[in-house]
Design a protein around this ligand. Sequence first.
Ligand SMILES: Cc1cc2nc3c(=O)[nH]c(=O)nc-3n(C[C@H](O)[C@H](O)[C@H](O)COP(=O)(O)OP(=O)(O)OC[C@H]3O[C@@H](n4cnc5c(N)ncnc54)[C@H](O)[C@@H]3O)c2cc1C
Length: 401
Amino acid sequence: MGPTSQNSTAAPVVIIGGGIGGLAAALALCRKGVASHVLEQSSAFGEIGAGIQLGPNAFQMFEVLGLTDAINRCAVFPDALLMRDGLSGDEVTRVPLGAAFRERFRYPYAVIYRADLHRVLLEACQALPSISLSAHRKVTQVRDDGERVTVDTEGGAAIHGAAAIGADGLWSAVRGRLVNDGKPRVSGHIAYRAVLPIASVPEDLRWNSVVLWAGPKTHLVQYPLRCGELFNLVAVFHSDRYAEGWDVYGDPAELHERFSAARPEVKALLGKIDAWKMWVLCDREPIKEWSKGRVTLLGDAAHPMLQYLAQGAAMALEDAVVLADAVDSCAGDFATAFQKYQAQRYLRTARVQLTARFYGDVYHAAGATRDLRNALLMGRAPEKAFDGMAWLYDGIRLSGE
Ligand SMILES: Cc1cc2nc3c(=O)[nH]c(=O)nc-3n(C[C@H](O)[C@H](O)[C@H](O)COP(=O)(O)OP(=O)(O)OC[C@H]3O[C@@H](n4cnc5c(N)ncnc54)[C@H](O)[C@@H]3O)c2cc1C
């Protein structure tokens, strides 16, 4: 079935969570003629957080979803991905993102303000009558009644649908019902994020690149946002602090202490921020099955990962497109479609989850491990770097390709 065709499904698919994954799922289903109802617990659909990196595989999904032009209008296209040693300042590796990269991977690499990415998805959903969006709906229970699903919301009426998708993120309540594997794994790594006006950044550090300063048990990522008007900083360090949720402020004193041995450039950037938003970084072991009957999971709810490959949102976008293809090919048999979708996604998302952990170790290396990292990566030809990324950035095979 094509984008304008109608699926026989009468009741909408209920999508729990209106983040990047939930909205992408609504759009992808709509393209297959399947209506949906997105339930978001917050009082409004929106995004907090800072910048986000978008690999070529994310752009492959934007093309499918018809969002390429809207994304291009608010994304920044950096010249390179750089890793610098956080102690010596030496350049460890440089992956140019120009013509050769685009030719190799068919799509570009970009960075974008999270709120802009979310807005593009939201506006696309709002323009489509077959997508209903309800804020202030915290889902408490999802039941598969055989012929349909029933979704209970806090203080609200039950909502019925043909099927349900838990796109409710790292702390997914739907996952608790389907998989029941306890809380996410606390990695022991903390991220502090901030966005500042470009005018506050020292001129000699205003590079149009994604730069990662890799130090022992610490790293800092910097890149420009919004046509270069803003500047994104993500500082990560090992810590045993623990706080759930996405709306907690960090302690600058702890940050400065953890980065006390870092390069002056790193300290100069860290010194520009007083109020940091803090994330306690968690993931889970990969699992093979995250669907039961007419209920499935998507994005971080299904396969939460550390952000070291910058791929969590991209995986959610891919999930959405693959899931909609499976629903389309199974002509309204959601249980079969969800099995097919998870089988297609399991190994790819597991590889990203596990590789992200490994990248964290590489970024935070000390002593001989750091020396080995630098020796192996320094002087690497771009083509070698491209080959190493191909499994990820080549994207996925889509139905009809
Ligand atoms: C520091 C950091 C940096 C990152 N950098 C990148 C990057 O560069 N590139 C990249 O691709 N990814 C990155 N990620 C990962 C990315 O942010 C996530 O993978 C992505 O946001 C997952 O989207 P999601 O829709 O699955 O979940 P979420 O974005 O968590 O959305 C879930 C939504 O569900 C709602 N919800 C939750 N529970 C309920 C409920 N019971 N009822 C109703 N609604 C509910 C929430 O309010 C939320 O709106 C990063 C993550 C972190 C922490």
